[in-house]
Design a protein around this ligand. Structure first.
Ligand code: ADP
Ligand code: MG
Length: 720
């Protein structure tokens, strides 16, 4: 074979592994050395200024121009001492990638390096080239990025990066971060009030997030030889390898040395950037891995996840590897997710999801647990929408982890506790009673601490002292699901606080009022609790009976963002206006269409220019062979059988590709974005993608290996 495939395979044979060494034995010697963090600020700013910055970070106070000038000057000195030449506002526009526009510190007029407060505080990227869902044409032509002091400034490469939010001049959010910050503020406010029912000393509640990032790693030469991986992030063709993940030997197995050195390298870069990466291991599928930092404040954790993905992609180049964040790069093997471990922690240091030995704290624990379940139940559609993407559609509802039905897993012990509370609905608790004992909620800590019962099929699971939102896609910006989760939690807690207070005003004892409301909630939200196998078809039927939404595709799932209920919640907490939601919805539908359009084009092009020619070539070999056999008077039936088979498959591919392209022409003419997205989903993806693939994949296992033009799964996944 002399094709691109063979050339790539030859390159891979020559690869060697470079061992990676950490800059110091102890991580603490280089941790966060590229971050202008609190310690560096304390050391370089006047005490007054430092206090201002600190209260901006902790309490969201505005920083005045004078203080900003001092920060800018200290940052510049630090950055120049580390050899940086440029600075950029670093932000997360709705494209899904991070964005930056580098400006030099050097001012040619003055002949010196300058960095003014104004440059720290605000920058104007050319906003018109970022998706805005029509906001900018309706409102104001320009947008700007604004410094977010709550996420630390860092150096990446030779560039100083200033984390920012991206907003239009009329105030609409144009990025993922601005709504997240508002949602986090909303949950802080609502949760603090609820916590004060239990402890007056609580004055703040912060949301925490720890992301488990899954990814695939492929040799760069192999990656470059697969146009579908390069353009769409996933393989649109490829027969299952004889050996996939059925031996279960990859999970937690020894990490291949090339990948190990790559991991070590990007981890070092992450650590220098103050990203607290702590665990690494193989995942279920061959060539699939996971990295997880220790949880942090949600805002910082979100920035860190985006930054880590950038770092991983860039460091992969150094190792001649490509990292794949797509949710389903390889059909038939496990896809990649990003488990979002989430909890709420009070200013007094209590994790509200941590069962405790103190009865008072346990009632608080139950309060937050039940309110979370209720929030998910009331907003299942919106939560589903928050993780909708073309890539994630290959996981959710596609017989793989986890289903598109939003349900909550608690484990049998906690389920028993809630059942008991519910069934004790008639037990009257009087003043002076030991309410905890009477209701059977005094024993929680004993049961949960050794609760190892873990259900991997649940999209939203309680795992001991946190909830784990597992349905999030590996390629997603986590700000989106975290905005929704914290927002619906804020809504739920606010409602709870109101109802409890009404009861108290009517003379009910506080604790009894709380328990009574919780009992009602437990009943009302019971349908969303599910402990069984989330992948089974029985669950889909059962969920339907329970009235739980099960929307399998992004085109339709996104509707939940613009429902009246959703708009009301977003507006109530000032997180986004109805106009912003409509605009975002438009962007997401557009994005979905674009992704499917690229895939449809790739399918057509690769099928016509690579697969069919290879099949024709093989056919010619068969024809020559059959003619020869005939000359010798030998039986040709086995050869003509293959010939017929190949001919049939070529025919199928040729016809279906043509039909698909014709259909795409029609679909592209559909006026409404939502309607067009649905047509892309139903009339193109569902109608053609799998069928064409099936025919191509069959050819792959018939045609002479020498002639097959595309790298095979076994070559991409098992070569090290
Ligand atoms: P696994 O679910 O694979 O067993 P771990 O329990 O080790 O993983 O935790 C996974 C992630 O959850 C890590 O990022 C960890 O820091 C994070 N995590 C642990 N406790 C909390 C918490 N209270 N709040 C948020 N994240 C947490
Ligand atoms: Mg986990």
């Amino acid at each position: 074979m002399s094709n691109q495939r063979q050339r790539a395979l030859n390159i891979v044979q020559q690869r060697t592994t470079d061992r990676v060494f950490a800059p110091a034995d102890k991580i603490s010697d280089f941790y966060a050395e590229h971050v202008f963090n609190m310690d560096k600020m304390r050391a370089t700013l006047a005490p007054e200024t430092f206090k201002k910055v600190e209260s901006a970070i902790k309490k969201g106070k505005k920083i005045d121009l004078e203080a900003a000038s001092e920060v800018a000057s200290a940052v510049k000195t630090w950055a120049l001492s580390k050899g940086t030449t440029h600075y950029t506002h670093w932000f997360q526009p709705l494209t899904g990638a991070t964005a930056e526009k580098h400006d030099s510190f050097f001012d040619a007029h003055k002949g010196i390096e300058v960095f003014k407060a104004s440059a720290l505080i605000q920058q104007e990227p050319d906003a018109s080239s970022f998706p805005n869902g029509g906001i900018r044409s309706t409102f104001e032509a320009r947008g700007y990025t604004a410094w977010d002091p709550s996420s630390p400034i860092f150096i990446w490469g030779r560039t100083l990066c200033i984390p920012t939010v991206f907003v239009s001049y009329t105030g609409e959010a144009l990025d993922y971060k601005a709504p997240l910050l508002k949602a986090v503020e909303a949950v802080d406010k609502a949760a603090t009030k609820v916590c004060q029912l239990f402890d007056r000393n609580v004055n703040r509640v912060s949301a925490s997030l720890g992301c488990e990032q899954e990814y695939f790693v492929v040799d760069r030469a192999l990656y470059n030889a697969r146009p579908d991986l390069v353009m769409a992030g996933r393989t649109v063709f490829g027969h299952h390898p004889a050996r996939g993940q059925q031996l279960d030997d990859h999970y937690f197995g020894a990490i291949p040395s090339r990948v190990y050195n790559y991991m070590k390298d990007f981890e070092i870069e992450c650590l220098k950037l103050g990203i607290p990466v702590s665990t690494r291991h193989n995942e279920v599928a061959p060539s699939q891995f996971e990295v997880a930092p220790i949880f942090e404040d949600i805002n910082v954790a979100t920035d860190h996840n985006s930054l880590m993905m950038d770092v991983m992609a860039r460091v992969a180049e150094r190792h001649d590897l490509a990292v794949l964040f797509h949710e389903k790069p390889f059909a038939g093997l496990n896809g990649s997710g990003k488990h979002n471990n989430w909890s709420l922690i009070t200013s007094t240091g209590v994790n509200v999801f941590q069962p405790s030995t103190s009865a008072r704290e346990n009632l608080q624990f139950l309060t937050f647990l039940v309110n979370t379940i209720k929030a998910i139940h009331s907003n299942a559609g919106l939560l589903r929408a928050s993780i909708a993407s073309a890539g994630n559609d290959h996981r959710l509802g596609a017989n793989e982890a986890p289903p598109a039905i939003m349900s909550v897993f608690l484990g049998s012990d906690l389920t028993a506790v809630l059942d008991e509370l519910e069934n004790n609905g008639n037990i009257k608790v009087d003043k002076g009673d030991n309410m905890y004992m009477k209701l059977g909620i005094d024993k929680i800590p004993h049961i949960i601490l050794d609760n190892t019962d873990r259900n991997r099929t649940s999209p939203f699971a309680f795992t001991g002292n946190k909830f784990e939102f597992r349905a999030v896609g590996s390629d997603q910006n986590v700000a989106e699901p975290m905005t929704v989760l914290n927002l619906i939690m804020a809504k739920q807690l606010k409602e709870f606080y109101g109802v409890v207070n009404e009861r108290i005003d009517k003379g009910e004892d506080k604790k009894i009022a709380i328990v009574n409301v919780l009992r009602e909630y437990i009943k009302e939200s019971k349908a969303v609790r599910f402990e069984g196998d989330g992948y089974s078809s029985d669950w889909a039927k059962e969920a339907e009976k329970r009235g739980l939404p099960n929307v399998k595709d992004t085109a339709r799932a996104l509707d939940a963002y613009v429902s009246d209920q959703s708009k009301a919640i977003f507006e109530e907490f000032g997180v986004m206006s109805a106009i912003e939601l409509e605009a975002r919805n438009e962007i997401q539908h557009e994005n979905y269409i674009m992704k499917l359009q690229i895939e449809a084009r790739l399918i057509s092009e690769i099928a016509r220019t690579q697969v069919i020619p290879a099949a024709l070539k093989y056919q010619n070999k068969l024809i020559t062979n059959a003619k020869g056999l005939k000359e010798f008077g030998l039986d040709t039936s086995h050869v003509t059988a293959i010939l017929e088979r190949v001919n049939g498959l070529i025919n199928t591919i040729q016809t279906k590709v043509q039909d698909m392209n014709d259909e795409r022409g029609k679909v592209n003419d559909i006026e409404g974005t939502r309607e067009r997205a649905i047509a892309y989903c139903d009339n193109l993806k569902a109608a053609y993608f799998d069928d064409i693939r099936a025919a191509v994949d069959k050819l792959e296992v018939i045609i002479d290996d020498e002639d097959w033009p595309l790298l095979k799964y076994r070559e991409m996944l098992f070569l090290r």
